[in-house]
Design a protein around this ligand. Sequence first.
Ligand code: ACM
Length: 695
Amino acid sequence: MGKNNKKFSGLKNWVSISTFLISLIFFLVLISPGFAQPASNSEKLVLMPYPEKLQLKEGQFRLDEKFYAGGKAEYQSRTFKAIARFMFRLSGRTGLFFEQDFLTDQQINNQTKFLYQFNRPGLLVPNEDESYFLEITPEKISLRAETDLGILRGLETLLQLLSADSQGYYFPCVRIEDRPRFTWRGLLIDSCRHFMPLEVIKRNLLAMATVKMNVLHWHLSEDQGFRVESKVFPKLQQLGSDGLYYTQEQIKEIIQLASDLGIRVVPEFDIPGHSTSWFVAYPEYASGPGPYRIERKFGVSSPVFDPTEEKTYKFFDQFIKEMANLFPDPYFHIGGDEVDPRQWKENPKIQNFMKKHRLNNEAALQAYFNLKILKILTKYHKKMIGWDEIYQPGLPQDIVIQSWRGTQALIDGAQKGYQGILSNGYYIDLYQSAEKHYLNDPIPVNSPLTAEQKKLILGGEATMWAELVSPENIDSRIWPRTAAIAERLWSPQEIRDVDDLYRRLRLISIQLEEAGATHLKNQPMMLRRLARSYRVKSLEILARISEPIKGYARHSQGKVYTSLTPLTRFVDACYPESLEARDFKKLVEKFIQSRDLRQAEEIKDQLRLWINNHEEICQLAEKSPIVKEIVSLSEKLVNLSRMASEAVDLILENKKADSAWLQNKFKELEEAKKPQAECQIGIIPAVELMLNTLK
Ligand code: ACM
C-alpha cells in the first residue's frame, strides 16, 4: 500500500511537470508558422487509417469543375486506372461536372491542379514501398511516391480529406507524409463454408482498398467445399463444390482487380485436414476408407490426407504446379490447422509408417507431410504460409506463420527467427467490438521482442470465417469493424483513441458503402423480407440495439447450423456491434456525472421509443411467423427500458435505491442477459451501470 502511495505521488509530480511541458510545446506550436495545428482542428478530419505525419495548414483548395488531374502514367496502368476511378468518385461525391476529358498517359499542362508523380511500378510482395507524400495548398495538390502503390494509398487519403461547407467542396491544406507500420494488412474471406459469388469478392476488394488494406487471403478449400476450377483434376470442383466454384477465368479477373487496387491475393488450400471435399472426388488420397460426401456441418471433421503414400505427393505436385501458375503471389497458404488425428491413429499402415520413420506422434507426421509439401512449393517458386500448427524446427526462414491461437505463438516464432502475422484478436466472426480489435496490437508496447525480432512481425489479418455468413450479410460482418483493424495495421502505434475511432468509423462506413460494400443497405432489405412489408421501422429500431450473441455461442442455442440452413433471420440482419448501444452508454455515463435534467430527458425519450416499439413488433409477428422468435427479445428491451427509466429518476434525485428493490432489479437484469433468438440487447451494460450507481 505504502509503495503504491509513493508511486502515486511520483505520478502526480510527473503529471504536473508533463502538463507544463505539454503547455510549452503547445505554445511553441502555436507561435511557429506552418507547423501542426492544435489537435481540435485535425480532430475534424475523417481519415482512416490515420497518417503517420500530418500537418494541417491554413487555407483550402476549393474544388470546382476546372479540377484537372495530371501526371505520367502508362495507358491502362495501375495509376492510370486509379486516377480515372478517383475522378469518378470525386465527381460522384460532389456532383461536379469536371471539364477534364478521359485521361491520357502524359496529362500535365498549365491547367493541371492535381499532379501525381512516382518513380516505378510497385511489386505486389511483402515489404514493398507504399509510402506517399501529399501536399495541398490553395493553388494545387501534389501527390508523390516512390511506387504507384504509394499513389494509390495517397489517393484514398485525398478522397477522405474532401470536406464541404456552405460554399461548396474543398480539400483542407495539409502536408502528409505517410507509410504503413506493417506491410501485411489482410482480410481472409472464407468462400467455402458458404460460397461467396464473384461480386462479393470484388466489392470487398474495393472496400479494402479504401482503408489501404493490401492482402486478400482467400480460403478456397474446406470440408464444405472445393471452390476453384482445376483443369488438371476437374473432379475436384465437379464433385466437391455443388457447382459453386470459381472458374480460372474468374480467379484471373479477381487477381487483376486486386492488382489494380494494390492488393495481393494469397490463396489458401487447407491441408492435410479440413479437406473432406477433396476426397469426394479422390478418396484414394484420404487416410480412411471413405466413401466421402461434402460435409454440411461445421467444426473439425476427421478426413485427412494420407501423408505416407507417394501418390499423395504426386497429386500435390501437379495440383500445386497448376495453382502456382494461376496465383502470382509469392506466398501459398497450406492451412495446416486443426488436423484431427483419428484417421491416422486408426489406420495400421499409417501407424507402421510412423514407427518405421521414427515419427513419434501425429504432429510429427504432419511435420513430415509439411516438409514434403514445402519441397513442392519451392520447386514452383512459392513460399509457404500456414497457421500456427505448421511450425516445426528446421523450416526455412522465409516462411510465414499465421497466428490464430494467440500472440505467444507469434512471439515464439519471431524469437526463433520466423516471420509471422497476427490473426488472433482479429476474428471478426466472433461479433466483438471494433474497440476490442482496434486495441489488439501485433506488437504490443510490452512486447518482449528485440528490434530485430519485431521486424519479423509482418502485420495481421482479419478473418471472415463463413459458418454463419451469407453473401447478403458478409459485408456487415466485415465492415466497418475491419477498418479499425486496417488502422491498427497501418497507423503509428500511439494512435489508439477509441472515441475518436468510433467518430471516424461512422463516417468511413459511408465511404465503404460508396466503394460498394453492402453492410448498410442490406439490413433494411433483410428486414423487409422478414416483415413481408415495406414497414420495417419497428424491426429496425430493435435490430439497431440488438447484437448477435458473442463468440461461437450461436452454435449452442438449439439450432444446428449447416451450410444449407437459412441465414435470413433477425439475428443475421443485426450488426455485430450496436453503435446505438454504445452511444446510449456514453449518454448514461455523462448523465451519471452531471445528473443533468436534460440528459435525463434525453435518456427517457430513448427508453420510451424502445418501450413503444413493442406493440408493432407483436403485430408483425402475427402475420410473419419468422418474426415470432423476437417478440421475447423485444419484451426484454421493454423490461430493461422500464428498469432504466426508474433508475434515471432515482439517480436524478441523488437517491440510493432500496436494497430489496435493487436486488430484484439485478435479478431481472440477469434474466435479461440470457440470449433470445440468438441475440442480446445492447443496453445491458448501460442499465447495469445505472443500477450500480444506485448501490
Ligand atoms: C482456424 O481458425 N482454425 C485457423
